[in-house]
Design a protein around this ligand. Structure first.
Ligand code: PLP
Length: 405
């Protein structure tokens, strides 16, 4: 007993928010708990660059620390960094924003949360392409909204299509969440695909929240932001950050760019809940944006070679694999094995010690697929492919009819 509350499971139920109690843990988290208990694993599980943050960025951080740059910054972030991000968006993505249109956040994660909380009234609906990154659905729910999931399909190269979107629109629909390059599928949206989405947004007067966390990681073609489609800049909030761009996942730095009034609404929440993003990370990224592009080029070239190795290897093993063109994931189908995604992933983990993430961790429509991250060394990828091959042979799984989907 402590303060009269019994210390046993469930004792705090009556104190907890019903919304939080009704919320499942992330399927990825559950899987990582399993991985942590197993030795000798090759992990294609975690979605994180295996690179170290570039030296220029680390040096800038050390200098900032030595200069005691350890205080709060302005709520919206350092003005120099907001300006540097405006220059970055202009130079790399042909987007035109002012410093006042940009808010520095604690990773893209905070920006996702802020965007939903800034626009959602109770019951408002947000359209979300699925399979998708795990945060969107819970963040919409926590903001009091209703996530409306729109399935994307392998035969459509996992692009969000107008014909599927419009069937889910109601008078409560407020925004479309767009997430390309996509986690977990590796899909991208080309200009023509984005024009279709823009038509829907304009016809139904919707906002678009565009998570472009992997904008720098595309292979055969450059990333196009939906804010680049005529008429869309005024309806779009772009979310982006430095976790993937500069291999800075632990530094927690991202940003939102969009119409000043929307960014200002996000700032209202941010100023009360975060105060500001980490000052030393801001100072470090400022240097990255002026000196770090060479690193991005090198890293993307390397990911591209690993992508080829993994995707070709999976196809040779007999797992049909959609051609991923962005981020650092392959999303092969395991449907022909007769196993569920969870069963396949668990057996592969326990029997042959390769960690992948079951596709249903990214929503129901991910069932029948597994997510394999190729942000790991060539040697480990080769070893993982050998082990997956052994696993597939052991079960004498029928070779899939097609290698491409
Ligand atoms: C699509 C997508 N958005 C956002 C995030 C979170 O990024 P950050 O580390 O900037 O919070 C991730 C992380 O994997 C992601 O895959």
């Amino acid at each position: 007993m402590q303060n009269g509350i019994r210390q046993e499971a469930g004792s705090y139920g009556k104190y907890l928010s019903g919304t939080v109690q009704g919320m499942p843990y992330s399927g990825i988290r559950k899987f990582f708990d399993l991985i942590a208990q197993t030795e000798g694993i090759i992990s294609l599980g975690i979605g994180e660059p295996d690179y170290a943050t570039p030296g220029v960025i680390k040096d800038a951080c050390v200098e900032a620390l030595n200069n005691n740059f350890t205080k709060y910054t302005s709520n919206c972030g350092m003005p120099e960094l907001r300006s540097a991000i405006a220059v970055y968006l202009h130079d790399r993505l042909d987007l035109h924003y002012q410093e006042s249109d940009i808010l520095i956040t604690v990773g893209v994660s905070e920006a996702v949360d802020l965007a939903f909380r800034a626009i959602i009234n109770p019951g408002d609906e947000i359209l979300i392409g699925e399979p998708c990154y795990v945060s969107y659905e819970p963040c919409v729910t926590l903001a009091g909204g209703k996530p409306v999931l729109v399935t994307t399909k392998a035969e459509d190269e996992f692009r969000l299509r107008k014909k599927h979107l419009i069937t889910r629109i109601t008078e409560r629909t407020k925004a479309i969440l767009l997430s390309y390059p996509n986690n977990p599928t590796g899909a991208i949206m080309r200009r023509a695909d984005l024009e279709e989405i823009a038509q829907v947004a304009e016809a139904y007067d919707l906002l678009v929240i565009s998570d472009e966390a992997y904008a720098e990681l595309t292979y055969d073609t450059e990333h196009v932001s939906i804010a680049n489609i005529p008429g869309m800049k005024d309806r779009t909030i772009i979310l982006n950050g430095f976790s993937k761009m500069f291999a800075m996942t632990g530094w927690r730095l991202g940003f939102a760019a969009g119409p000043e009034e929307l960014i200002d609404a996000m700032l209202k929440i941010h100023q009360y809940t975060m105060l500001c993003a980490p000052s030393i990370s801001q100072q470090a990224v400022l240097h990255g944006l002026t000196n770090g592009y060479g690193f991005i080029r090198e890293m993307v070239g390397d990911y591209n070679r690993r992508r080829r190795l993994l995707v070709d290897g999976l196809r040779e093993i007999g797992l049909p694999c959609f051609e991923p063109q962005g981020a650092f994931y392959a999303f092969p189908s395991i449907k022909h094995t007769g196993m569920s995604s969870a069963e396949f992933s668990e057996r592969l983990l326990f029997e042959d010690k390769v960690a992948v993430v079951p596709g249903d961790a990214f929503g129901e429509s991910g069932e029948g697929f597994i997510r394999c991250c190729y942000a790991t060394s060539r040697d480990r990828l080769e070893e993982a492919l050998e082990r997956i091959d052994t696993f597939v042979r052991r079960y004498k799984l029928p070779k899939a009819a097609t290698i491409n989907i």
